[in-house]
Design a protein around this ligand. Sequence first.
Ligand SMILES: *[C@@H]1O[C@H](CO)[C@@H](O)[C@H](O)[C@H]1NC(C)=O
Length: 172
Amino acid sequence: MASRFAILAIVALVALPSVALATQWTVGDGIGWTNINSDYNAWAQDKVFRVGDSLLFSYPAGNHNVFKVNMTDFQQCNIPPPNEALSTGHDVIPLKTASVKWYICGIAEHCAKNNQKLKITVVDDAEGPAPPPTAAAAAPPTNKSSLGPNALISSSFKILAAAVVALVLITV
Ligand SMILES: *[C@@H]1O[C@H](CO)[C@@H](O)[C@H](O)[C@H]1NC(C)=O
């Protein structure tokens, strides 16, 4: 019986690092989405945005809004048609793909004059810090500094390994 729990614990250790918890990022943290002293480059700089995370744009409705734009419109602060705006004051945007995303405020000159714009890079879920030693021991040898394809393979292997062990547990 005790060995079953040991195996379960190993399964948990192997499988859990593969399952990253989604984060909802409040843009600008405490100050929210604003044109006053806004520096969303600085805000985004030290953060890792992953597929599955979401952004929350929080602001007094009517004072600001949110447009998702392309790089050109971001740089030039071109405001899209009003019907494309998010404007509830509590706009949640799920980050569904690994790519660069650009957002601007379309009210007055908030983008052009006050720099109320946000650019982020969303990375794939599999990219990130190396797994802890216990998990690494169960995984095939991988390049320690691996990001990208190797990390993806390692992570898939861990899920597979966990599934196999779980299957063995069920059939015992
Ligand atoms: C960016 O979007 C605008 C319209 O929103 C469009 O006219 C323009 O062609 C797009 N630019 C690129 C490089 O996709």
